[in-house]
Design a protein around this ligand. Structure first.
Ligand code: HEM
Length: 185
């Protein structure tokens, strides 16, 4: 039987769906933002619009994921020790918590510019604030710095997965694809 909840040693369906949904959105948000920034200001506008719309989708997905991890804890899936496990733990924490800074700063980058947040043109969320160029510049620096930090830790996370698959011959991808069996009561 498929279990929504995590077991003591593995992830249930809810954790798996939330992991891949937020991972996909983070990769798309990074790709769109970085590509938009490489284009001349006018040409990058539709991509910035897409970044904000995806960001608005990301906010509820991330908050549900954070709530679910807080509720379920962190199943014991790693049994190593030493430096590699230490880095694995740091990477896990950064990837789980750093997006909070992105959702706390992102909306203000549009609002402080005097623009509403638009969700694919379907509805707008008007700015509750007056324009403030200096504050926007500071928050944009924080948003960009943390964005690139997330990118670096994503690379570490991927390197860890490849190490498990190629060197340890341990198929750790399976537990993020196939839900674990529920614990026996
Ligand atoms: C994990 C989630 C997010 C990631 C990884 C991310 C990533 C980034 C990065 C890397 C940039 C800077 C691009 C550059 O200048 O090189 C950026 C800019 C921006 N982001 Fe995000 N972002 C996220 C969430 C959000 C959210 C939730 C919103 C708002 C709903 C948002 C709104 C913006 C805006 C308005 C900009 C500035 C675009 C401009 O230059 O006008 N971001 N983001």
């Amino acid at each position: 039987m498929l279990s929504w909840r995590d077991s003591k040693g593995g992830y249930g369906l809810a954790s798996i769906v939330l992991h891949w949904l937020t991972a996909l959105l983070i990769v798309a948000l990074l790709a769109v933002a970085i590509y938009a920034d490489s284009l001349p200001r006018d040409e990058g506008r539709p991509l910035r619009f897409l970044h904000v719309s995806l960001g608005l989708l990301f906010i509820p997905a991330y908050l549900v994921r954070l709530y679910w991890r807080g509720r379920s804890g962190h199943p014991k899936t790693h049994y190593g020790s030493g430096l590699v496990t230490f880095w694995g733990e740091i990477t896990w924490r950064v990837l789980l918590l750093a997006p909070a800074i992105m959702i706390a700063t992102g909306p203000f980058l549009s609002w402080l510019h005097g623009r509403p947040l638009s969700f694919f043109g379907l509805f707008d969320i008007a700015s509750p604030l007056a324009k403030d160029h200096d504050l926007r510049v500071t928050l944009a620096e924080v948003h960009t710095f943390v964005g690139y930090t997330i990118l670096a830790f994503l690379a570490l996370h991927l390197a860890g997965v490849i190490k498990h698959l190629a060197i340890d011959k341990e198929n750790i991808l399976r537990r993020m694809i196939v839900p674990s069996q529920p614990d026996q009561e």
